[in-house]
Design a protein around this ligand. Structure first.
Ligand SMILES: [Zn+2]
Length: 208
């Protein structure tokens, strides 16, 4: 689902084409930052390692919105940590554990490029299969385990399959709508900053 209203607008820098977008002539299509063969928008926003610091901020902005919205009654929340009670080295983005009710909820957050409709589906399947073996370790301890992925498009689209994920996280219907808008606008802002830095070399954000 692509919300046209909220989708990214790159501003004046959009007028400067990426090397991979130039179809005529024999111009070099390589990425100006990392020399990857084709400098396209998906590469810049989701593939070019030069921007990995900004990707992390983009990812964490979404993650933090969800963490803040999960009601404490759902359980103990850990972020980017090993899964309690397992020897797995995996560090899911969010783990909510209700030790009393023996329930564990794992949520991974992903920003994916939305150029093709199966992109979200594939990103979700990848995330969910990553944790496929974990439930066994937890189930052996009597836990009921849910594994979810929350996916936002780098240009600001929202995967409708996030809705059951948000519900599983106990976020009320009204706040869920606002949270979705905030997550989408955070993502757009970060993607725009990444794009601008890529084209102009000027970093739009500051880190402490
Ligand atoms: Zn690159």
């Amino acid at each position: 689902m692509v919300d046209k209203k909220e989708q990214i607008h790159m501003g004046p820098t959009q007028l400067r084409p990426l090397n991979g977008d130039i179809c005529h002539g024999n111009r070099d299509k390589r990425c100006r930052k990392c020399s990857y063969v084709n400098e396209t928008l998906p590469h810049v926003l989701c593939g070019c390692k030069q921007h990995s610091g900004a990707w992390r901020h983009r990812h964490n902005a979404i993650q933090n919105r969800l963490v803040k919205a999960i009601p404490p009654s759902l359980g103990k929340i850990t972020v980017d940590s090993a899964i309690p009670g397992t020897d797995s080295r995996m560090r899911p983005d969010i783990v909510v554990t209700d030790a009393e009710k023996k329930k564990v909820l794992l949520v991974d957050v992903t920003v994916s490029f939305e150029n093709q409709s199966p992109a979200f589906h594939e990103a979700r399947a990848r995330k969910e299969s990553k944790y496929a073996l974990l439930p066994e370790a937890l189930k052996a301890q009597g836990y009921e385990v849910q594994v979810h992925a929350l996916i936002v498009g780098a240009l600001g689209s929202w995967d409708p399959r996030n809705e059951p994920v948000v519900r599983a996280c106990g976020v009320g219907r009204r706040y869920a709508r606002l949270m979705r808008q905030l997550m989408v606008s955070d993502t757009i802002r970060w993607s725009r900053d990444i794009y601008t830095e890529h084209i102009t070399g000027h970093r739009e954000y500051h880190t402490e």
